[in-house]
Design a protein. Structure first.
Length: 115
C-alpha cells in the first residue's frame, strides 16, 4: 500500500498497550500494520453501532464466562449494565473500560471519572 501517510501520535493506557504489543508479537507484523487494520475494521464496519449494545449472552460470550458469572457481577453493582424491559443490556465500550480498570458505573452515577 503506497498511500500517502500522516503521523498519528496517541497515548494509550498501559494495559491496552500491553495488549497491542502482544498482538504484534503474535501476528509478527509491524505496529503500524496492526493499528491500520484495527482502525480500518472499526471505521469501515457499517454495523458497528448495533454491535455496541449486548445482551447477557453477548456479554458472557465476549468475556468467555457463563451468564451466571455476569449476573453475579451485576448483582455486586460494579458492572456497567442496565435493565430494560426485563432484560439486561450492556455497552461493549463500557465492558472494555471496566476490564481496563475504569469505573464506568461510578462515572454514570456521578458524572465524573474515578481517580
Amino acid at each position: 500500500m503506497n498511500a500517502e501517510r500522516s503521523p498519528l501520535f496517541v497515548r494509550l493506557s498501559v494495559p491496552l498497550l500491553s495488549d497491542l504489543d502482544a498482538r504484534i508479537e503474535l501476528d509478527g507484523r509491524t505496529k503500524q500494520a496492526v493499528v491500520e487494520d484495527l482502525l480500518s475494521q472499526q471505521l469501515q464496519s457499517p454495523d458497528r453501532p448495533d454491535d455496541d449494545i449486548l445482551d447477557l449472552a453477548g456479554v458472557a460470550a465476549m468475556l468467555r464466562v457463563d451468564e451466571r458469572a455476569v449476573l453475579d457481577r451485576i448483582a455486586e453493582s460494579d458492572f456497567p449494565a442496565r435493565r430494560l424491559g426485563g432484560q439486561w443490556r450492556v455497552s461493549r465500550t463500557a465492558v472494555i473500560a471496566w476490564l481496563h480498570g475504569s469505573d464506568p458505573v461510578g462515572e454514570l452515577r456521578t458524572g465524573f471519572a474515578s481517580s
